[in-house]
Design a protein. Structure first.
Length: 240
């Protein structure tokens, strides 16, 4: 099977998470600049926190599916590590940018940081096959039963074994989120073995723009917030 083969259905599913994320961040930006009425609490209101959980879950599940496909396509280590370096580099840029914008709650371990660590773990664990299912469940449950104050700092809170959520604009620790990626990986392996057509089947023509967007997740992630903030500030200036 050629390495360049695309799975449009997966790309479209990933794009759904991307569009949802952009709408969420647009709402956040409008609220941050006091243009959303009534004002919203994005840190405590279940309407917003629930959406964030769903968006991150969809992203990481798709990442797990992608890893299953990469394994099936025989992805070379050099290609994997090149992509990993891009993600890790962008994670550092996110930390730097957030430090300038939110110095008291800058992002030390957000979704890209978590993705960089979890992709390495998922690649190493992929040969477990059906053993991924219980491991995923363990990862999902462990931070709910194992917590300790020693992890409540920026050096160790990436584990997820904290007693309280850190003050930060984005927090995606390895636990429990590794469990979501492993579920995607295990589901992808099962689908490729038993229901391959669900992944490789044709996508309606009307959804192809969504699939094309889904092929550029990292670029979209890094560009969408600066663009949205610029648009919100321009709108605010014009409506003064």
């Amino acid at each position: 099977m050629p390495q360049h083969e695309r799975y449009d259905r997966l790309d479209a599913l990933r794009a759904l998470a991307m569009v949802w994320m952009a709408l969420f961040h647009l709402s956040f930006d409008l609220n941050f600049y006091r243009l959303l009425q009534p004002p919203q609490n994005f840190y405590a209101d279940p309407f917003w926190t629930g959406q964030r959980t769903a968006i991150v879950s969809l992203f990481l599940f798709c990442a797990g599916l992608s890893q299953a496909l990469a394994q099936d396509l025989g992805q070379r280590p050099a290609r994997f590590w090149w992509r990993w370096a891009q993600i890790a580099g962008c994670a550092l840029l996110v930390s730097l940018g957030s430090w300038f914008m939110f110095p008291r709650s800058w992002i030390s371990f957000g979704v890209l940081h978590g993705m960089a660590v979890m992709l390495v773990l998922a690649r190493a664990l992929a040969p477990l096959g059906r053993g991924l299912w219980p491991l995923a469940l363990l990862a999902l449950l462990l931070p709910h039963v194992v917590q300790h104050p020693v992890f409540d700092n920026r050096w160790l809170n990436w584990t997820g074994l904290v007693t309280r959520k850190p003050v930060t604009e984005d927090y995606v620790p390895v636990l429990p989120w590794l469990g979501v990626m492993l579920l995607g990986l295990a589901a992808g392996q099962w689908l490729l073995a038993h229901r391959r057509g669900l992944l490789s089947g044709a996508l309606p023509a009307a959804l192809m723009p969504l699939a094309r967007l889904g092929r550029w997740p990292l670029t979209f992630y890094m560009v969408h917030q600066p663009v949205l903030i610029a648009l919100v500030l321009a709108y605010a200036a014009m409506t003064k």
